[in-house]
Design a protein around this ligand. Structure first.
Ligand SMILES: NC(=O)c1ccc[n+]([C@@H]2O[C@H](COP(=O)([O-])OP(=O)(O)OC[C@H]3O[C@@H](n4cnc5c(N)ncnc54)[C@H](OP(=O)(O)O)[C@@H]3O)[C@@H](O)[C@H]2O)c1
Length: 261
């Protein structure tokens, strides 16, 4: 974990994406152990974490079915727990992990307001929200949501066409893209056809996948998911690749299996 963090900082990546549930509720603590050992690290990084999903686990014996909980009480408890696990006095960005069919926007607004006033959370966002869910929650909040973390990649480009990115651009909010390499599928399965221009850009398939996202005008922040320090360095180089317009559409065409209409 220390190596991964250090390699990220070396290439200018300073934001780390967490969730209370990652690693069966253990990831925040493992990351927090690095902060516990090295107190000066905290001021060099931004911490994102999420709340709202509960599932059966020895770590959470009270849950007997996977479900969502976006009550004020749970959000406040979850943040309190994340602060302890991550060994920090504040979270830079808190996301509601999934749209909860029972979410009460007034309760969420009350929880967010208390967390902001106490300085425990600086900014708020959502994840996997539809455009209407995003605008509905925003309507009840006294401050702007700063992101919607969505699955977006060359292999899952639905948000480019279903209004998800449009509504974020309307609100001048940058999306975060989870599984930007399709969960690794785009690189593991050697998508030579999709990335036929790799040699033109002297780039790997992973770098082209990220450069493809970075060309979108909504300023997508890809959330890379590698456990290999060298791949962090490789990924960061994507920022220097400027994909030509037609190459961008060629990647989309091959990924979609059809030309643009
Ligand atoms: N909000 C949500 O609902 C949600 C859902 C899922 C994920 N997320 C977040 O998004 C992050 C990224 O998602 P993801 O892990 O699915 O992302 P991903 O980057 O699309 O996939 C990661 C997989 O790709 C491999 N990989 C990464 N870089 C590579 C490279 N340069 N060359 C070859 N293989 C490479 C990784 O293996 P190695 O480890 O061996 O490199 C890993 O198996 C997660 O860590 C999490 O923070 C959020």
């Amino acid at each position: 974990m220390e190596q991964l963090i250090q390699k990220s900082l070396d290439v200018g990546i300073t934001t780390f994406d967490h969730a209370d549930i990652y690693g069966d509720h253990r990831n925040e603590e493992i990351f927090g152990n690095v902060l516990r050992k090295n107190a000066s690290l905290r001021q060099k990084i931004e911490l994102v974490t999420k709340c709202g999903i509960k599932f059966p686990s020895t770590q959470r014996p009270k849950s007997w079915i996977k479900h969502y909980d976006t009550s004020k009480e749970h959000i406040l408890w979850s943040v309190h727990n994340s602060l302890k696990m991550l060994s920090t006095d504040h979270i830079d960005l808190l996301l509601i992990h999934r749209p909860d069919p029972l979410m009460n926007p007034t309760e969420i607004a009350e929880a967010f307001t208390l967390l902001k006033q106490s300085g425990k959370v600086l900014h708020f966002g959502v994840s996997n929200f539809t455009p209407t869910q995003f605008e509905m929650l925003q309507h009840f909040l006294p401050f702007p949501l700063v992101t919607n973390q969505l699955e977006i990649s060359v292999s899952y480009h639905v948000p480019l066409f279903d209004g998800s990115l449009d509504v974020l651009m309307k609100h001048q909010v940058s999306p975060m893209a989870w599984s930007p390499l399709g969960g690794g599928k785009l690189v593991r399965e050697g998508q030579k056809e999709v990335f036929s221009k790799a040699s033109k850009y002297n780039a790997t398939e992973a770098q082209l996948s990220l450069a493809w996202l970075l060309k979108h005008p909504s300023s997508i922040f890809p959330v890379i998911g590698t456990t290999k320090p060298d791949r962090i360095v490789e990924s960061a180089k994507a920022i220097d690749i400027q994909l030509d317009l037609q190459d961008w559409f060629e990647i989309l065409k091959v990924a979609q299996g059809r030309e643009m209409p």
